[in-house]
Design a protein around this ligand. Structure first.
Ligand code: SF4
Length: 358
């Protein structure tokens, strides 16, 4: 008796457990399968079914869709999201109407050239509607293959994707391609799920490399973390003769929006002139503190604190809008960003140390 192959086990499983009653499986014309495949991109089967049925009632064939207005197509798509899919469907219907006499092309080269149809969707349309032998490689299939063959590397990288296509090609049978295509999609959607795959119900469990090494959670390999971009800023900590520190309110949008902080500048600016022109202060001494790093979700900020001992030219001018001279001994109720708070604490600690040592 021949050893069951990957595809024969999937087909046997499909005959017993696969989904065989989906609306687009009845009268599986290229037009109906195409519309269903586009709707199923990024959307689950249960959500797609009522949209598919309404769409088919209004646009039962490609010619009706080609003759409709885009507004009407978008109206029937409302709520399904990713509206470029609807625009591409409408555009493709027009192209097929004009260039292919209204008959959906049944060869891979023409199909893959149509708007919104990549190699996997093209393969699925031709396999499911015409039983042509083409591999498919959607997200679910990538997951099954990456686990079954313990494919190392992130599937989004070109080299790994190429390897997955080779596996998809190798496993696709010569016969019953439509059933096999539906089977591998079903396995990915219902058994080899993203989290907690139901391996004991899987027909390819016996030779699944990820299952055998108890490493189903390691495959597919996750996208490598992007290195976090680095930004830099210089915080000017202006301290007057009384020990008050200048704070400014930040704009409402952006990092620390609306909180109070130190003036910031580019390290290359002429800081003494800036203090003179903008703050009516003369810098009498400067001191550079070690760099602080603050980590945000999407970047790292290296903060260079610069202590500027200043003499204020006009003590009468206490405050301008959005500006305060902050005295830590009579603290105001201001929202302070975390690094600003820690720098103020450090400054205050320095003053106390200074008093103690005197
Ligand atoms: S055995 Fe588990 S991990 Fe392997 S293909 Fe089947 S469901 Fe996926």
């Amino acid at each position: 008796m021949p050893v069951p192959t990957f595809s024969s086990r999937l087909l046997a499983w499909f005959d017993r457990h696969g989904r065989q009653d989906l609306p687009w499986q009845h009268d599986a014309t290229p037009y109906r399968v195409w519309v269903s495949e586009i709707m199923l991109q990024q959307t689950q089967v249960a959500t797609v079914i009522p949209y598919f049925e309404r769409f088919m009632q209004r646009f039962p064939d490609l010619e009706t869709l080609a003759g409709a207005s885009i507004d009407e197509v978008l109206h029937l798509w409302s709520g399904l999201g990713y509206y470029s899919r609807a625009r591409n469907l409408h555009k493709t219907a027009g192209i097929v109407h004009q260039q292919h006499h209204g008959i959906f092309p049944l060869n891979i080269a023409d199909t893959v050239n149509l708007p919104g149809i990549g190699p996997s969707t093209a393969g699925a349309i031709l396999a499911l509607s015409a039983n042509q032998r083409h591999p498919i490689l959607d997200g679910n299939v990538k997951r099954v293959l990456a686990r079954h063959d313990a494919v190392d590397g992130w599937p989004g990288s070109p080299a790994v994707e190429k390897l997955l296509w080779l596996l998809a090609e190798r496993y696709t049978p010569n016969k019953r391609v439509a059933a096999y295509t539906q089977a591998i999609m079903d396995i990915g959607a219902t058994v080899c799920t993203r989290t907690r795959p139901r391996c004991v119900s899987c027909p390819v469990m016996d030779d699944c490399a990820a299952y055998r090494s108890d490493a189903t959670d390691k495959f597919p390999v996750k996208r490598p973390r992007q290195s976090t971009p680095l930004r830099t800023t210089t915080m000017l900590i202006l301290v007057d003769e009384q020990g008050s520190v200048l704070l400014q309110q930040r704009p409402p949008a952006g990092i620390w929006g609306g909180l109070w902080g130190f003036p910031e500048t580019d390290a290359h600016d002429d800081i003494a002139s800036w203090c003179d022109q903008h703050m009516d202060c003369k810098v009498v001494a400067t001191e550079s503190w070690p760099t602080l790093t603050h980590v945000f979700s999407h970047f790292r900020l290296d903060i260079q604190p610069l202590i500027l001992r200043v003499s204020r030219q006009d003590q009468a001018v206490m405050e301008r809008p959005g500006t305060v001279w902050y005295n830590a001994r009579q603290p105001l109720r201001l929202g302070l960003a975390a690094p600003v708070r820690s720098l103020l604490d450090k400054l205050e600690g320095q003053k106390e140390n200074h008093v103690t040592h005197c």
